[in-house]
Write a protein that binds this ligand. Structure first.
Ligand code: ADP
Ligand code: ZN
Length: 725
């Protein structure tokens, strides 16, 4: 009998599969998860990718055997195809992408058995008060965990053990705890407004018909998008298929989980980087075994081994956090659409400020659009006003203009909450010596150190370097000579505390988040009105619903505009629109104030006039004229090295051998805007191509002909880059 050979993809940074012999008696098919020997690393978990189509008999002697097959469902063809697709598109090694699909806690081994205790034979001969108490607890005939029973009876676990030994209690093996309980699609249906009703119906129909479609659920902030897309989810649950709801950030999932529970009577499964290994393993297995109906997760949830995925929802689809910037550089919204098309299922994108990409697709009819133009419950959208900082400037060293302070005061007097938004962590972005002008800079990066006063440290926001704030200037040794330049949220808090004494102020900033639970608690506290003023970074911009919040002040509306990023205007518009959209969601009127030096800027004008269409139309026209996405395609090649010269010369060499193509422009290498990060010099080549061009194929041809980077030089490929620093 001929030896059977299969090709296995292993989760390491390699693109190719390895061939292994299948030992007699082992049944294997593509998709099976197997253990295989791999070089000096010992054994690894991999996935059978294909039958070996091209066996080379001479290799057989050196070829190793598959060690064994794991007792998990095989990866379905649609997931394997997705892995191949993502790898091909992002120019990542297939093994790296597979690794994301195999995050199932490989080294955990089998589940620990759960043992329960219940009443067994006759009572023991020697009865003590403790034993009597313990037996009394079990008198109801229920099964309990040993520890729980001991606690309930107020006895030691030893007492329970004694009773087990004597046969008065017996142990039973409990079925494994379920990751989730069945969701009820009709548990609690909200009373919908007419607009919501129509939108919900349209979504139900879309899900019911099935097949690959993309729908943009385009609803203003507070229109009830979540409740509406839950109608699509409910329909998918009724069909018995699995749903993935993607969230840009796990901080956001808290409220969503609660809302899901209120609507469907049980919690969904969660998937993100902060799960314990045990929960991760159990969730992975339950998703593969079709025991989970709905997963709410961060972008990596796209790679879970769904047994029967029927719907993908991408909430806040415009959010930049969907782009993964390490390893495989993929955009989860775009890949959700790809996964939907491979699995032939509906994809739903929800946003109040769609990405320009999705907006163009909807305008051109490639995506269906479902519109929710009004807030739920008759609440109106906030009215927005600019505060011209050239005229209404705050006093020296202050950042809240008198006009904004007055508005906050009025709102607090009404018993409402105010949010001051500043997208800058820490106390001040720059610290300098008043005596000699020396600026505190990161030793590893081309960046200033940010003063974090709550922690009494100077921190680099690029590499994490941090140091205690020194007593004297490292340059001139002057003492008490440091000046903080510019504001961060911590400094704003100081100012707000002086302006509004006795008010309860909370600073929400990712670096101050001690734990997910704590953050969820704080967000709940805000929602419950236990704070008067919230000062926050973009952490507060997204999705949250704070009923008492009626005033939002944007402390520096211009902050994101001047950074040379082709998406700066879009990002600023989305971010500010979302932040201001936190105001006036229930009772009372919402007000937004934009402190800006350029009130005539198109972004500010669109925000003030509430004219979203005007913003999109002008932005789309601009992109079209300049060939920027989605009218053209971009890729960036980032070259880093320990020496500036090495990075630059590798970049030059690379650019010089770029294949000639009339449509393609290769720009650079140019020193990156932040030229040094973590002690590594950075150069960037930007590739611009027409929309219909196979940019990944072009890059692949180019890079396969290029010399491999040597020594400490590294090359990173970023197709559809979102960040340009
Ligand atoms: P969006 O995501 O569009 O900004 P949300 O989904 O957060 O809006 O909805 C805003 C608020 O209105 C939430 O508290 C939500 O529970 C509530 N809401 C929306 N629709 C309804 C409804 N039909 N019945 C009751 N409450 C609703
Ligand atoms: Zn640094």
């Amino acid at each position: 009998m001929a030896t059977r050979i299969i090709d296995v993809l292993v989760p390491v940074a390699l693109d190719q599969t390895y061939s292994y012999r299948v030992p007699d008696g082992l049944e294997l098919a593509p998709g099976d998860v197997v253990t295989v020997p791999l070089g000096a690393r010992g054994e690894t978990t991999g996935v059978v990718w294909a039958e070996n189509a091209n066996p080379n008999p001479r290799l057989h002697n050196r070829m190793k055997d598959v060690v064994g097959k794991l007792d998990v469902p095989p990866l379905k063809p649609e997931l394997r195809q997705f892995v191949d697709w993502v790898a091909g598109y992002t120019l990542s090694a297939r093994g790296m992408v597979l690794r994301m699909a195999l995050r199932m806690g490989e080294h955990l081994g089998p589940e620990r058995e759960r043992v329960g205790v219940r009443l067994g034979g006759p009572p023991p001969q020697r009865m003590t008060p403790a034993r009597a108490r313990a037996l009394h607890v079990f008198a109801d005939g229920m099964t309990r965990a040993k520890g729980d029973a001991a606690k309930e009876a107020g006895v030691s676990v030893g007492v329970i053990d004694g009773l087990i030994d004597e046969g008065a209690l017996e142990t039973v093996v409990l079925p494994p705890e379920k990751v989730t309980l069945p969701a009820d699609p009709d548990f609690r249906k909200p009373e919908f407004s007419l607009g919501q009703l129509a939108a919900g119906d349209a979504l139900r129909t879309t899900v019911d018909q099935g097949g690959y479609t993309v729908t943009l659920l385009d609803g203003v902030t507070g229109s009830g998008k979540t409740e509406v897309y839950f109608e699509g989810v409910a329909e998918n649950i009724r069909k018995g298929r699995q749903t993935l709801i993607l969230m840009p950030e796990i901080a956001l999932t808290g409220q969503s989980l609660d809302r899901f529970t209120a609507r469907f009577g049980t919690r969904p499964a969660e998937w993100h980087s902060q799960l314990s290994p045990r929960t991760r393993a159990r969730t992975w297995a339950a998703v593969a075994a079709n025991e989970v109906q709905v997963v709410v997760g961060a972008r990596s949830a796209l790679f879970l081994p769904y047994a029967d995925l029927g719907l993908i929802v991408v909430d806040e689809e415009h959010d930049p956090a969907y782009k993964q910037e390490e390893g495989a550089h993929y955009h989860a919204r775009d890949m959700a659409v790809v996964r939907g098309s491979i699995a032939k299922i509906p994809v739903l994108l929800a946003s109040a400020t769609p990405s320009v990409e999705s907006e163009v697709n909807a305008r051109r009819g490639r995506y269906k659009r479902i519109h929710l133009p009004e807030r739920f419950g008759g609440a109106s959208l906030p009215s927005i006003e600019a505060i011209d900082m050239r005229r209404d400037s705050p006093p020296r060293g202050r950042f809240i203009s008198p006009k904004l302070a007055e508005a906050v005061q009025t709102s607090l007097e009404r018993g409402e909450q105010a949010l001051l938004f500043l997208n800058r962590r820490g106390y001040a972005p720059l610290t300098l010596c008043r005596t000699c002008g020396f600026r505190m800079q990161c030793p590893n990066c081309d960046a200033w150190l940010v003063d974090h006063r709550f922690k009494k440290r100077l921190v680099c926001h690029h590499c994490g370097f941090n140091t205690a704030t020194p007593n004297e200037c490292p340059n001139c040794h002057a003492t008490e000579s440091f000046a903080a330049v510019g504001p961060g949220v911590e400094r704003l808090e100081q100012e707000a505390a002086e302006l509004f004494p006795d008010k309860r102020i909370l600073v929400l900033s990712s670096d101050l988040v001690e734990s997910m639970e704590r953050l969820r608690q704080e967000l709940d506290d805000v929602a419950a009105g236990r704070f008067d003023i919230v000062i926050g970074t973009q952490l507060v911009a997204k999705g949250h619903h704070f009923p008492k919040l009626n005033l939002v002040g944007i402390v520096d509306a211009d902050l994101g505009l001047g950074n040379g990023d082709p998406r700066a205007a879009e990002r600023t518009f989305q971010l500010l629109h979302q932040v201001v959209g936190r105001a006036g969601r229930e009772e009372g009127r919402g007000f937004g104030f934009l402190q800006t030096h350029q009130p005539e800027h198109p972004v500010m004008k669109a925000l003030i006039l509430g004219d979203r269409e005007a913003f999109y139309s002008s932005e789309i026209a601009l992109r079209e004229a300049s060939g920027y996405p989605p009218f053209g395609r971009l890729a960036s090649l980032v070259i880093t090295a320990n020496e500036r010269h090495a990075a630059e010369s590798y970049g030059r060499g690379l650019a010089s051998i770029a294949p000639k193509d009339d449509g393609v422009r290769v720009l650079g290498p140019a020193e990156a805007p932040i030229a040094v990060v973590r002690g590594r010099h950075r150069f960037r080549i930007l590739v611009k191509a027409p929309r219909a061009f196979d940019l990944s194929g072009y890059l692949r041809d180019w890079l396969s002909a290029a010399p491999k980077p040597k020594g400490n030089v590294k090359l990173e490929v970023d197709v559809d880059p979102q960040s340009f620093f």
